[in-house]
Write a protein that binds this ligand. Structure first.
Ligand code: HAM
Length: 411
């Protein structure tokens, strides 16, 4: 008897998905339209490598953050370099900004990007190990009008896809007001130590403001009387925060102040925000961002203000309905072989402006309709014997139900 080796089929890694079928249609629909809106706001496309030096994320996202502490895909490459699959996009964009001396050139820069990010988290609904972000970063503008502009752009993107959201807003202060606030907070938290959870006890030492967004209900109850950063802002941060609220109010953008919104990345100062949805379960944040005026300097560049956001694409796609893509898809079919040549000509012409699917196997009327629906076509156009003789084409709009037989030239 010969030895047979049973080979197990190779599967994708846990928390890492293929993007295919309906999701791939939605994915490209999202990118195309989000990019269009970003371009309308003056942003241009920017791409950085997926792999970066580990030190970049340690220095920017922060050594005490969960991302750096627990979630990095970090390894030593063949050249003995300590590298890491990017867990987020901002750090790479800032690295490139400094490396390419944009900080020295001065001026204003608005860039958008999209691509895969990697975090070794416990996978669950809405939480992946490889996920995709659509992000935007602005450099060189300290005006709070830009904070409002970024929030309005994000809102426009979500509105375009008819996504309901809640906007949560906070100010994390600056180097003048954050250190005394932090000290004050630590004093308050130290008294609560025995009752706070184990993680919070560690955070008091490493990054006390992260205690504020602990998900433990008991900790949240204990924090009720904790000092609030928004009551401890310096004059400059307070004026900016009030102005931001005024601009959002003026533009009819609803928000909630969440003084416990601290974000999980260490580089933020002043404005911090998150867009959440109640329709996607526990992982409710669809986008988040804020100002990072010290990050360029921190990564070795000249002090340059920065602000940005990132949308979690997979979470967002959960909220976009297929029938909202508004994409016109023409399905072309023949009832006999003789009509196929004509169909190739029509397809060639229509493809200059439309998405066209062509079926090469002649079939009956009903079968063509079934196939067309399966492929999400919105218009079914068929040529049978009579149409071929008359130089016409039968067409039905599957959305409105309208049917007509028209001359091929009019099609
Ligand atoms: P973030 O809040 O860590 O911010 O991520 C932004 C979004 O990415 C989240 O709101 C969420 O929708 C999505 N996301 C995060 N982790 C996962 C995951 N494991 N699975 C699926 N989706 C996820 C940043 O990354 C900052 N770089 C944003 C930014 C840009 N701030 C300034 N500029």
């Amino acid at each position: 008897m010969s030895n047979t080796i049973v080979k197990k089929n190779i599967q994708s890694l846990r928390g890492m998905n293929d993007i295919l079928g309906e999701e791939s249609l939605l994915f490209t629909y999202f990118i195309e339209n989000a990019a269009r809106i970003a371009k309308n706001y003056g942003f241009s496309y920017f791409e950085t490598p997926i792999l970066e030096e580990t030190a970049l994320f340690k220095r920017s996202v922060g050594e005490s953050s969960d991302i750096v502490n627990k979630e990095m895909y970090q390894f030593i490459d063949k050249g003995k370099n300590d590298v890491c699959l990017r867990p987020e996009g901002t750090a790479g964009v800032v690295r490139s900004f400094v490396e390419n001396k944009f900080d020295r050139a001065g001026g204003t820069y608005r860039w958008y990007y999209h691509g895969p990010m990697f975090r070794y988290e416990r996978p669950q609904k809405g939480r992946l190990r490889e996920f995709h972000q659509f992000g935007a970063e602005v450099f060189g503008i300290s005006s709070v009008y830009e904070d409002a502009n970024i929030i309005m752009m994000l809102k426009d993107i979500l509105d375009f896809f008819k996504i309901g959201f809640k906007l949560q807003l906070n100010s994390l202060g600056c180097q003048t007001c954050m250190p005394p606030y932090r000290e004050n907070l630590v004093k308050h938290l130290t008294n609560l130590k025995p009752e706070l959870c184990e993680d919070c006890n560690k955070r008091i030492l490493t990054n006390p403001i992260r205690v504020l967004d602990c998900k433990n209900d008991n900790c949240q109850r204990l924090l009720y009387n904790a000092p609030k950063i928004t009551n401890n802002l310096c004059e400059n941060c307070d004026t900016d925060f009030e102005k931001l609220k005024e601009i959002l109010d003026f533009n009819g953008i609803a928000y909630e102040i969440d003084t416990n919104l601290v974000r999980g990345l260490d580089y933020y100062s002043q404005t911090a925000f998150e867009f959440t949805s109640s329709e996607i379960g526990a992982q409710s944040a669809i986008a988040g961002g804020g100002r990072y005026d010290k990050l360029v300097e921190f990564l070795g560049g000249r002090e340059t203000p920065g602000i940005g956001f990132a949308i979690g694409i997979e979470r967002l796609l959960e909220l976009i309905k297929m029938n909202e893509t508004n994409e016109e898809v023409i399905y072309l079919g023949a009832l006999s072989d003789e009509a196929l040549n004509t169909l190739t000509k029509i397809a060639g012409m229509k493809r200059k402006t439309n998405k066209v699917l062509i079926e090469y196997t002649p079939r009956g009327f009903g079968k063509h309709f079934k196939l067309a629906q399966k492929q999400n076509a919105t218009i079914v156009s068929l040529i049978g014997e009579n149409e071929l003789k008359d130089g016409t084409i039968y067409t039905k709009n599957l959305i409105t139900g309208e049917e007509k037989t028209i001359k091929v030239e009019e099609f």
